[in-house]
Design a protein around this ligand. Structure first.
Ligand SMILES: [Zn+2]
Length: 280
């Protein structure tokens, strides 16, 4: 299956990724080993420059959004060559972006088949939400222990943005902000390992929602985030944890419905939709 990656890049909203620097450093040695095994020459200048790092960030962010918006379907092949051409960078850097996507559970690297968009099963979907309950409960404990006026201001600002965006009915932006609420809480826990696992499970949940979900109710999600924030502000840990548990259960019921996935759109339909949104 072929994708017009340049078109996808143009149509996506690029967001700064909290883990970009540390994940890039983590993936680099593996990329070098893979490239050397394949007899590719690793360009030290290209690898280290901030400009090329930005290109990897851009490819990572655009592909992440394309996968979560289902412009790239689960199971779709992601050839490093095509991605490199589409984003104007080498195959080695394209692979770096793919490895970062693998680290957050959105891409699977398969021997001889290369990278494909991940396709979690229903049973994995339940496992992901179960893991989120444990991780995000622990996260609440840490956030309450570290609570201060700066953390409060950051979360208040974020939830206000969610509320404003929801009022304008921008479902796409609301969904991105809703994911970021959980990722932000993970970072505010002060435990970067916990934050990394939360980011991965949040990304996987979004993929599951895209695969198996019913209609997304963004207003419900925002009001639940507001209630969690209010409990955090009052320092009531058990209330915040109960609200988070209820919120994740509600997310699961929205994300996993007992109906078959919607009929797949043809590539031309997908491209047509993004052409319209980028020119409208
Ligand atoms: Zn949420």
């Amino acid at each position: 299956m072929q994708f017009n990656l340049k078109l996808i890049v143009k149509t996506f909203y690029f967001r700064y990724d909290f883990f970009s620097d540390c994940m890039r450093v983590f993936c680099r040695p593996f990329n070098r080993v893979i490239a050397m095994n394949k007899g590719e020459q690793v360009n030290q200048d290209e690898e280290g420059s901030s400009e090329t790092n930005e290109r990897v960030d851009t490819a990572f962010s655009a592909l992440r959004r394309a996968i979560l918006d289902r412009a790239l379907e689960p199971g779709a092949r992601l050839p490093a060559d095509s991605i490199g051409v589409g984003f104007g960078m080498s195959r080695t850097l394209a692979r770096e972006a793919l490895l970062r996507l693998e680290r957050i559970g959105l891409v699977e690297m398969r021997p001889k088949r290369g990278a494909i968009v991940a396709c979690p099963s229903i049973s994995e979907a339940y496992d992901i939400f179960d893991a989120r309950q444990v991780l995000e409960n622990r996260c609440i404990e840490h956030v309450i222990r570290r609570w201060n006026s700066e953390i409060e201001a950051q979360l208040e600002d974020h939830v206000k943005k969610e509320e404003t965006t929801a009022r304008f009915g921008d479902v796409g932006a609301s969904t991105h902000l809703a994911e970021d609420f959980h990722i932000k809480l993970g970072h505010l826990s002060g435990n970067q390992v916990l934050a990394k696992f939360i980011e991965e499970t949040v990304s996987r949940s979004s993929l599951i929602l895209a695969l198996y979900g019913g209609p997304h109710q963004t207003d419900c999600s925002v009001s639940e985030h507001r209630m969690i924030l209010n409990a955090l502000k009052s320092g009531d840990q058990s209330a915040a944890q109960n609200l988070m548990n209820g919120h994740i259960s509600a997310l699961q019921s929205r994300a996993v419905v007992d109906e078959p996935p919607a009929e797949k759109l043809r590539l031309e339909q997908i491209i047509g939709r993004y052409v319209t949104s980028s020119t409208g």
